[in-house]
Ligand binder design. Structure first.
Ligand code: ACO
Length: 399
Protein backbone atom coordinates (compact mmCIF):
# COMPACT_ATOMS: atom_id res chain seq x y z
CA UNK A 1 0.00 0.00 0.00
CA UNK A 2 1.10 3.58 -0.67
CA UNK A 3 2.12 5.42 2.50
CA UNK A 4 0.03 8.60 2.48
CA UNK A 5 2.35 10.29 4.97
CA UNK A 6 5.35 9.78 2.69
CA UNK A 7 3.27 11.19 -0.16
CA UNK A 8 2.74 14.39 1.89
CA UNK A 9 6.41 14.47 2.74
CA UNK A 10 7.29 14.38 -0.96
CA UNK A 11 4.95 17.29 -1.67
CA UNK A 12 6.69 19.58 0.81
CA UNK A 13 5.37 21.61 3.70
CA UNK A 14 1.63 21.59 4.28
CA UNK A 15 0.04 23.86 6.91
CA UNK A 16 -2.96 22.34 8.68
CA UNK A 17 -5.22 25.27 9.57
CA UNK A 18 -8.86 24.18 9.82
CA UNK A 19 -11.14 26.87 8.43
CA UNK A 20 -8.02 28.99 7.60
CA UNK A 21 -8.39 30.74 10.95
CA UNK A 22 -4.68 31.58 11.05
CA UNK A 23 -4.08 31.86 7.33
CA UNK A 24 -4.09 35.10 5.35
CA UNK A 25 -5.63 34.00 2.05
CA UNK A 26 -4.88 37.23 0.20
CA UNK A 27 -3.42 40.72 0.43
CA UNK A 28 -6.10 43.38 0.61
CA UNK A 29 -6.11 47.17 0.91
CA UNK A 30 -9.84 47.47 1.55
CA UNK A 31 -10.79 46.80 5.16
CA UNK A 32 -8.76 46.74 8.35
CA UNK A 33 -9.94 44.98 11.51
CA UNK A 34 -8.11 44.94 14.85
CA UNK A 35 -10.32 42.71 16.95
CA UNK A 36 -8.41 43.27 20.20
CA UNK A 37 -8.58 47.06 19.92
CA UNK A 38 -12.13 47.07 18.52
CA UNK A 39 -11.11 48.87 15.32
CA UNK A 40 -12.81 48.57 11.96
CA UNK A 41 -11.73 50.86 9.13
CA UNK A 42 -12.61 51.02 5.44
CA UNK A 43 -9.61 52.18 3.38
CA UNK A 44 -8.19 53.61 6.61
CA UNK A 45 -11.28 55.54 7.74
CA UNK A 46 -12.72 54.41 11.11
CA UNK A 47 -16.22 53.00 10.81
CA UNK A 48 -17.57 55.37 13.49
CA UNK A 49 -16.54 58.41 11.41
CA UNK A 50 -17.96 56.97 8.21
CA UNK A 51 -21.25 56.13 9.94
CA UNK A 52 -21.49 59.67 11.27
CA UNK A 53 -20.30 61.71 8.31
CA UNK A 54 -20.90 59.84 5.08
CA UNK A 55 -23.73 58.32 3.10
CA UNK A 56 -23.83 54.79 1.76
CA UNK A 57 -23.00 55.51 -1.89
CA UNK A 58 -20.01 57.58 -0.80
CA UNK A 59 -18.81 54.60 1.26
CA UNK A 60 -19.52 52.27 -1.67
CA UNK A 61 -17.31 54.47 -3.87
CA UNK A 62 -14.61 54.50 -1.19
CA UNK A 63 -14.61 50.70 -0.92
CA UNK A 64 -14.65 50.12 -4.67
CA UNK A 65 -12.18 52.82 -5.76
CA UNK A 66 -9.99 53.35 -2.69
CA UNK A 67 -10.67 57.06 -2.01
CA UNK A 68 -13.63 59.15 -0.97
CA UNK A 69 -15.24 60.67 -4.06
CA UNK A 70 -15.18 64.35 -4.95
CA UNK A 71 -18.65 65.91 -5.39
CA UNK A 72 -18.40 65.39 -9.16
CA UNK A 73 -17.21 61.78 -8.80
CA UNK A 74 -20.02 61.03 -6.40
CA UNK A 75 -22.58 62.52 -8.79
CA UNK A 76 -21.26 60.44 -11.69
CA UNK A 77 -21.23 57.30 -9.55
CA UNK A 78 -24.78 57.94 -8.35
CA UNK A 79 -25.90 58.48 -11.93
CA UNK A 80 -24.35 55.15 -12.95
CA UNK A 81 -26.10 53.37 -10.06
CA UNK A 82 -29.42 55.00 -10.98
CA UNK A 83 -28.96 53.98 -14.59
CA UNK A 84 -28.59 50.30 -13.65
CA UNK A 85 -30.98 49.91 -10.73
CA UNK A 86 -33.86 48.35 -12.68
CA UNK A 87 -34.33 44.63 -13.10
CA UNK A 88 -34.91 43.17 -16.55
CA UNK A 89 -38.66 42.40 -16.90
CA UNK A 90 -37.77 38.79 -17.70
CA UNK A 91 -35.94 38.55 -14.36
CA UNK A 92 -39.03 39.85 -12.60
CA UNK A 93 -40.99 36.91 -14.01
CA UNK A 94 -38.64 34.52 -12.13
CA UNK A 95 -40.18 35.57 -8.84
CA UNK A 96 -43.47 33.97 -9.77
CA UNK A 97 -41.73 30.59 -9.85
CA UNK A 98 -41.04 30.67 -6.11
CA UNK A 99 -43.33 29.62 -3.32
CA UNK A 100 -44.63 32.69 -1.54
CA UNK A 101 -43.23 31.49 1.78
CA UNK A 102 -39.71 31.00 0.36
CA UNK A 103 -36.99 32.62 2.44
CA UNK A 104 -35.90 35.91 0.77
CA UNK A 105 -32.29 34.71 0.88
CA UNK A 106 -33.25 31.61 -1.11
CA UNK A 107 -34.88 33.85 -3.70
CA UNK A 108 -31.91 36.21 -3.75
CA UNK A 109 -29.35 33.43 -4.26
CA UNK A 110 -31.39 32.25 -7.23
CA UNK A 111 -32.18 35.63 -8.80
CA UNK A 112 -28.64 37.00 -8.47
CA UNK A 113 -27.25 33.72 -9.84
CA UNK A 114 -29.73 33.96 -12.72
CA UNK A 115 -28.41 37.43 -13.62
CA UNK A 116 -25.25 35.67 -14.82
CA UNK A 117 -27.38 34.37 -17.68
CA UNK A 118 -28.27 37.96 -18.61
CA UNK A 119 -24.79 39.44 -18.42
CA UNK A 120 -22.66 36.60 -19.66
CA UNK A 121 -21.93 36.35 -23.34
CA UNK A 122 -20.82 39.95 -23.72
CA UNK A 123 -18.89 39.94 -20.45
CA UNK A 124 -15.10 39.70 -20.55
CA UNK A 125 -13.76 39.86 -17.01
CA UNK A 126 -10.25 40.59 -18.33
CA UNK A 127 -11.53 44.02 -19.37
CA UNK A 128 -11.43 46.48 -16.41
CA UNK A 129 -14.27 48.56 -17.83
CA UNK A 130 -16.56 45.55 -18.10
CA UNK A 131 -15.60 44.48 -14.59
CA UNK A 132 -16.56 47.87 -13.23
CA UNK A 133 -19.81 47.77 -15.15
CA UNK A 134 -20.70 44.42 -13.59
CA UNK A 135 -19.79 45.67 -10.11
CA UNK A 136 -21.98 48.77 -10.51
CA UNK A 137 -24.86 46.69 -11.90
CA UNK A 138 -24.72 44.43 -8.85
CA UNK A 139 -24.67 47.30 -6.33
CA UNK A 140 -27.44 49.08 -8.26
CA UNK A 141 -29.83 46.15 -8.64
CA UNK A 142 -29.55 44.60 -5.20
CA UNK A 143 -32.15 46.81 -3.43
CA UNK A 144 -34.79 45.98 -6.03
CA UNK A 145 -33.87 42.27 -5.93
CA UNK A 146 -34.23 42.22 -2.13
CA UNK A 147 -37.36 44.38 -1.99
CA UNK A 148 -39.08 42.31 -4.69
CA UNK A 149 -38.39 39.11 -2.75
CA UNK A 150 -40.34 40.67 0.14
CA UNK A 151 -43.24 42.22 -1.80
CA UNK A 152 -43.67 38.96 -3.72
CA UNK A 153 -43.88 37.01 -0.45
CA UNK A 154 -46.76 39.19 0.80
CA UNK A 155 -48.52 39.44 -2.54
CA UNK A 156 -47.97 43.15 -3.03
CA UNK A 157 -47.05 44.41 -6.52
CA UNK A 158 -43.36 45.15 -6.75
CA UNK A 159 -42.22 48.72 -6.93
CA UNK A 160 -39.64 50.15 -9.27
CA UNK A 161 -36.72 52.33 -8.19
CA UNK A 162 -37.35 56.07 -8.02
CA UNK A 163 -34.26 58.10 -8.53
CA UNK A 164 -35.33 61.11 -6.48
CA UNK A 165 -34.45 59.04 -3.41
CA UNK A 166 -30.96 58.16 -2.27
CA UNK A 167 -29.86 54.51 -2.13
CA UNK A 168 -31.29 53.72 1.33
CA UNK A 169 -34.47 55.74 0.74
CA UNK A 170 -35.05 54.01 -2.55
CA UNK A 171 -34.67 50.63 -0.91
CA UNK A 172 -37.24 51.65 1.71
CA UNK A 173 -39.78 52.95 -0.78
CA UNK A 174 -39.51 49.67 -2.72
CA UNK A 175 -39.98 47.70 0.52
CA UNK A 176 -42.84 49.69 2.02
CA UNK A 177 -44.48 51.76 -0.72
CA UNK A 178 -48.12 50.87 -1.35
CA UNK A 179 -49.66 50.67 -4.81
CA UNK A 180 -51.30 53.91 -5.95
CA UNK A 181 -50.16 55.78 -2.88
CA UNK A 182 -47.48 58.38 -2.45
CA UNK A 183 -44.66 57.11 -0.31
CA UNK A 184 -43.54 59.41 2.48
CA UNK A 185 -39.97 58.70 3.52
CA UNK A 186 -39.19 59.17 7.20
CA UNK A 187 -35.75 60.86 7.26
CA UNK A 188 -34.82 59.38 10.67
CA UNK A 189 -35.49 55.85 9.50
CA UNK A 190 -33.84 56.49 6.13
CA UNK A 191 -30.68 57.68 7.91
CA UNK A 192 -30.78 54.60 10.16
CA UNK A 193 -31.06 52.35 7.10
CA UNK A 194 -28.17 54.21 5.48
CA UNK A 195 -26.08 53.57 8.62
CA UNK A 196 -27.02 49.89 8.69
CA UNK A 197 -25.82 49.62 5.09
CA UNK A 198 -22.56 51.44 5.88
CA UNK A 199 -21.83 49.28 8.94
CA UNK A 200 -22.39 46.04 7.04
CA UNK A 201 -20.68 47.03 3.78
CA UNK A 202 -17.45 45.09 4.28
CA UNK A 203 -15.65 43.06 6.90
CA UNK A 204 -12.49 41.71 5.24
CA UNK A 205 -12.14 37.96 4.70
CA UNK A 206 -15.25 36.62 6.47
CA UNK A 207 -16.95 33.44 5.24
CA UNK A 208 -19.09 35.04 2.53
CA UNK A 209 -16.32 37.30 1.21
CA UNK A 210 -13.86 34.41 1.13
CA UNK A 211 -16.51 32.43 -0.75
CA UNK A 212 -16.83 35.22 -3.32
CA UNK A 213 -13.05 35.38 -3.72
CA UNK A 214 -12.77 31.60 -3.99
CA UNK A 215 -15.44 31.48 -6.71
CA UNK A 216 -13.88 34.50 -8.45
CA UNK A 217 -10.41 32.92 -8.46
CA UNK A 218 -11.55 30.50 -11.17
CA UNK A 219 -12.68 33.41 -13.36
CA UNK A 220 -16.38 32.70 -12.77
CA UNK A 221 -19.07 35.18 -13.79
CA UNK A 222 -19.37 37.96 -11.16
CA UNK A 223 -23.13 37.49 -10.67
CA UNK A 224 -22.54 33.80 -9.94
CA UNK A 225 -19.74 34.75 -7.50
CA UNK A 226 -22.02 37.12 -5.59
CA UNK A 227 -24.78 34.48 -5.51
CA UNK A 228 -22.23 32.20 -3.81
CA UNK A 229 -21.53 34.97 -1.29
CA UNK A 230 -25.26 35.36 -0.55
CA UNK A 231 -25.50 31.61 0.09
CA UNK A 232 -22.64 31.74 2.57
CA UNK A 233 -24.02 34.83 4.30
CA UNK A 234 -27.35 33.12 4.92
CA UNK A 235 -26.13 30.88 7.76
CA UNK A 236 -27.04 31.68 11.40
CA UNK A 237 -23.37 31.86 12.42
CA UNK A 238 -22.88 34.69 9.88
CA UNK A 239 -25.50 37.00 8.39
CA UNK A 240 -28.45 35.02 9.70
CA UNK A 241 -27.55 35.91 13.29
CA UNK A 242 -29.68 39.06 13.62
CA UNK A 243 -32.75 37.05 12.65
CA UNK A 244 -31.83 34.55 15.38
CA UNK A 245 -31.30 37.39 17.89
CA UNK A 246 -34.87 38.59 17.50
CA UNK A 247 -36.23 35.04 17.72
CA UNK A 248 -34.19 34.54 20.90
CA UNK A 249 -35.37 37.81 22.48
CA UNK A 250 -38.99 36.96 21.68
CA UNK A 251 -38.48 33.50 23.23
CA UNK A 252 -36.97 35.02 26.36
CA UNK A 253 -39.98 37.33 26.47
CA UNK A 254 -39.29 39.27 29.66
CA UNK A 255 -36.30 40.17 31.86
CA UNK A 256 -37.11 37.58 34.56
CA UNK A 257 -36.39 34.78 32.05
CA UNK A 258 -32.88 36.06 31.27
CA UNK A 259 -30.99 34.06 33.95
CA UNK A 260 -32.47 30.85 32.52
CA UNK A 261 -31.26 31.79 29.03
CA UNK A 262 -27.80 32.68 30.34
CA UNK A 263 -27.59 29.34 32.18
CA UNK A 264 -28.51 27.51 28.98
CA UNK A 265 -25.87 29.43 26.99
CA UNK A 266 -23.22 28.37 29.51
CA UNK A 267 -24.31 24.74 29.60
CA UNK A 268 -21.95 22.76 27.36
CA UNK A 269 -24.52 19.99 27.04
CA UNK A 270 -26.95 22.45 25.47
CA UNK A 271 -26.35 23.71 21.92
CA UNK A 272 -28.08 27.03 22.73
CA UNK A 273 -25.86 30.11 22.34
CA UNK A 274 -26.62 33.73 23.09
CA UNK A 275 -27.19 34.95 19.57
CA UNK A 276 -25.56 38.30 18.85
CA UNK A 277 -22.78 37.58 21.33
CA UNK A 278 -19.21 36.74 20.44
CA UNK A 279 -17.19 37.30 17.31
CA UNK A 280 -14.36 35.47 15.65
CA UNK A 281 -12.24 38.65 15.52
CA UNK A 282 -13.63 41.10 18.09
CA UNK A 283 -12.44 39.99 21.50
CA UNK A 284 -12.99 43.39 23.11
CA UNK A 285 -16.04 44.93 21.49
CA UNK A 286 -17.52 45.19 18.04
CA UNK A 287 -17.30 48.89 17.05
CA UNK A 288 -20.34 48.46 14.81
CA UNK A 289 -22.42 47.36 17.81
CA UNK A 290 -21.93 50.74 19.52
CA UNK A 291 -23.01 52.72 16.47
CA UNK A 292 -26.02 50.52 15.85
CA UNK A 293 -27.09 50.58 19.49
CA UNK A 294 -27.13 54.38 19.25
CA UNK A 295 -29.16 54.23 16.02
CA UNK A 296 -31.60 51.77 17.61
CA UNK A 297 -32.17 54.12 20.56
CA UNK A 298 -32.67 57.07 18.18
CA UNK A 299 -35.23 55.28 16.03
CA UNK A 300 -37.10 53.76 18.98
CA UNK A 301 -37.36 57.22 20.58
CA UNK A 302 -38.44 58.76 17.27
CA UNK A 303 -41.17 56.14 16.86
CA UNK A 304 -42.28 56.39 20.50
CA UNK A 305 -41.11 52.83 21.17
CA UNK A 306 -38.73 53.60 24.06
CA UNK A 307 -40.49 50.97 26.12
CA UNK A 308 -40.17 48.32 23.46
CA UNK A 309 -40.17 45.05 25.44
CA UNK A 310 -37.59 43.49 23.11
CA UNK A 311 -35.20 46.38 23.72
CA UNK A 312 -35.74 46.05 27.47
CA UNK A 313 -34.82 42.35 27.34
CA UNK A 314 -31.82 43.12 25.11
CA UNK A 315 -30.45 45.83 27.40
CA UNK A 316 -30.87 43.70 30.51
CA UNK A 317 -29.38 40.64 28.81
CA UNK A 318 -26.35 42.66 27.74
CA UNK A 319 -25.82 43.98 31.28
CA UNK A 320 -26.11 40.53 32.90
CA UNK A 321 -23.86 38.85 30.33
CA UNK A 322 -21.19 41.56 30.56
CA UNK A 323 -20.92 40.92 34.33
CA UNK A 324 -20.84 37.12 33.98
CA UNK A 325 -17.48 35.34 34.38
CA UNK A 326 -18.28 32.91 31.55
CA UNK A 327 -18.68 35.73 29.00
CA UNK A 328 -15.82 37.80 30.45
CA UNK A 329 -13.33 34.90 30.32
CA UNK A 330 -14.26 34.06 26.73
CA UNK A 331 -14.35 37.71 25.65
CA UNK A 332 -17.91 37.45 24.39
CA UNK A 333 -19.40 40.90 23.72
CA UNK A 334 -22.48 41.95 21.79
CA UNK A 335 -21.75 42.00 18.07
CA UNK A 336 -23.40 44.16 15.39
CA UNK A 337 -26.28 41.72 15.03
CA UNK A 338 -27.36 42.06 18.63
CA UNK A 339 -28.85 45.51 18.04
CA UNK A 340 -29.38 45.46 14.29
CA UNK A 341 -32.26 43.00 14.72
CA UNK A 342 -34.04 45.32 17.16
CA UNK A 343 -33.49 48.31 14.93
CA UNK A 344 -34.68 46.60 11.77
CA UNK A 345 -37.74 45.28 13.58
CA UNK A 346 -38.62 48.75 14.89
CA UNK A 347 -38.39 50.02 11.31
CA UNK A 348 -40.99 47.47 10.24
CA UNK A 349 -38.56 45.18 8.39
CA UNK A 350 -39.87 41.63 8.74
CA UNK A 351 -37.48 39.23 10.49
CA UNK A 352 -37.09 37.09 7.38
CA UNK A 353 -35.72 40.14 5.52
CA UNK A 354 -32.93 40.95 8.00
CA UNK A 355 -30.24 38.94 6.25
CA UNK A 356 -31.45 40.24 2.89
CA UNK A 357 -30.75 43.80 4.09
CA UNK A 358 -27.29 42.63 5.14
CA UNK A 359 -26.78 41.12 1.66
CA UNK A 360 -27.71 44.44 0.00
CA UNK A 361 -25.05 46.18 2.09
CA UNK A 362 -22.38 43.50 1.78
CA UNK A 363 -22.69 43.39 -2.02
CA UNK A 364 -20.53 46.52 -2.05
CA UNK A 365 -17.83 44.72 -0.06
CA UNK A 366 -18.07 41.62 -2.21
CA UNK A 367 -17.73 43.52 -5.49
CA UNK A 368 -14.87 45.60 -4.08
CA UNK A 369 -13.03 42.41 -3.13
CA UNK A 370 -13.89 40.89 -6.50
CA UNK A 371 -12.46 43.95 -8.28
CA UNK A 372 -9.35 43.85 -6.10
CA UNK A 373 -8.78 40.19 -6.90
CA UNK A 374 -9.07 40.76 -10.63
CA UNK A 375 -6.94 43.90 -10.54
CA UNK A 376 -4.08 41.75 -9.22
CA UNK A 377 -2.43 40.12 -12.24
CA UNK A 378 -0.61 37.62 -10.01
CA UNK A 379 -3.73 35.90 -8.70
CA UNK A 380 -4.44 32.34 -9.75
CA UNK A 381 -7.08 29.81 -8.84
CA UNK A 382 -7.42 29.19 -5.10
CA UNK A 383 -6.71 25.62 -4.12
CA UNK A 384 -6.62 24.78 -0.41
CA UNK A 385 -5.12 21.43 0.54
CA UNK A 386 -6.30 18.88 3.08
CA UNK A 387 -4.94 16.32 5.49
CA UNK A 388 -6.30 13.07 4.16
CA UNK A 389 -7.37 10.82 7.03
CA UNK A 390 -9.22 8.10 5.08
CA UNK A 391 -8.13 4.52 4.30
CA UNK A 392 -4.73 3.85 2.78
CA UNK A 393 -4.62 2.81 -0.88
CA UNK A 394 -6.04 -0.70 -1.19
CA UNK A 395 -7.03 -3.11 -3.93
CA UNK A 396 -10.64 -3.50 -5.01
CA UNK A 397 -11.84 -6.77 -3.40
CA UNK A 398 -12.57 -9.91 -5.45
CA UNK A 399 -16.24 -10.71 -4.96
N1 ACO B 1 -23.03 32.05 23.66
C1 ACO B 1 -22.45 31.19 24.53
N2 ACO B 1 -21.19 30.73 24.41
C2 ACO B 1 -20.49 31.15 23.37
C3 ACO B 1 -21.00 32.06 22.41
C4 ACO B 1 -22.33 32.51 22.58
N3 ACO B 1 -22.88 33.36 21.71
N4 ACO B 1 -20.06 32.31 21.48
C5 ACO B 1 -18.99 31.60 21.82
N5 ACO B 1 -19.23 30.90 22.97
C6 ACO B 1 -18.29 30.06 23.71
C7 ACO B 1 -18.09 28.72 23.04
O1 ACO B 1 -19.02 27.76 23.53
C8 ACO B 1 -16.67 28.41 23.45
O2 ACO B 1 -16.67 27.98 24.78
P1 ACO B 1 -15.58 26.90 25.30
O3 ACO B 1 -14.25 27.53 25.10
O4 ACO B 1 -15.93 26.67 26.71
O5 ACO B 1 -15.79 25.69 24.44
C9 ACO B 1 -15.98 29.76 23.40
O6 ACO B 1 -17.02 30.72 23.67
C10 ACO B 1 -15.35 30.10 22.06
O7 ACO B 1 -16.33 29.85 21.05
P2 ACO B 1 -15.99 29.67 19.50
O8 ACO B 1 -17.19 29.17 18.80
O9 ACO B 1 -14.72 28.90 19.36
O10 ACO B 1 -15.71 31.17 19.13
P3 ACO B 1 -15.55 31.74 17.71
O11 ACO B 1 -14.80 32.98 17.85
O12 ACO B 1 -15.04 30.70 16.79
O13 ACO B 1 -17.09 31.98 17.28
C11 ACO B 1 -19.11 33.03 16.73
C12 ACO B 1 -17.60 33.19 16.92
C13 ACO B 1 -19.42 31.97 15.65
C14 ACO B 1 -19.66 34.36 16.23
C15 ACO B 1 -19.74 32.63 18.08
O14 ACO B 1 -19.40 33.55 19.08
C16 ACO B 1 -21.27 32.48 17.98
O15 ACO B 1 -21.76 31.41 17.60
N6 ACO B 1 -22.04 33.56 18.31
C17 ACO B 1 -23.46 33.54 18.17
C18 ACO B 1 -23.83 33.75 16.71
C19 ACO B 1 -23.62 35.18 16.26
O16 ACO B 1 -23.97 36.13 16.95
N7 ACO B 1 -23.07 35.33 15.03
C20 ACO B 1 -22.85 36.65 14.42
C21 ACO B 1 -21.42 36.89 14.12
S1 ACO B 1 -21.20 38.55 13.57
C22 ACO B 1 -21.57 38.59 11.93
O17 ACO B 1 -21.60 37.62 11.24
C23 ACO B 1 -21.90 39.91 11.35
Amino acid sequence: AVDIQSLYARHGLLAYDPGYRSTASCKSAITFVDGDAGILAYRGYPIEQLAEKSRFLEVAYLLMFGELPSAAEEATFREAVCQHNLLHEQVISFYRGFRRDAHPMAVMVAVVGALSAFYHDDMDIRDPEQRLNAAIRLVAKMPMIAAASYTYSIGRPLRYPRNEYDYAGNFMQMLFGMPNKDFVLDPVQARAMDRILILHADHEQNASTSTVRMAASSGANPFACIAAGIASLWGPAHGGANEEVVKMLIDIGSPENIPKAIARAKDKGDSFRLMGFGHRLYKNFDPRARVIQESAREVLAHLGLENDPLMAVALELEQIALRDEYFIERKLYPNVDFYSGILLRAMGIPTKMFTAVFAVARTVGWVSQWLELHNDPTHGIDRPRQLYVGPRLRDYPHR
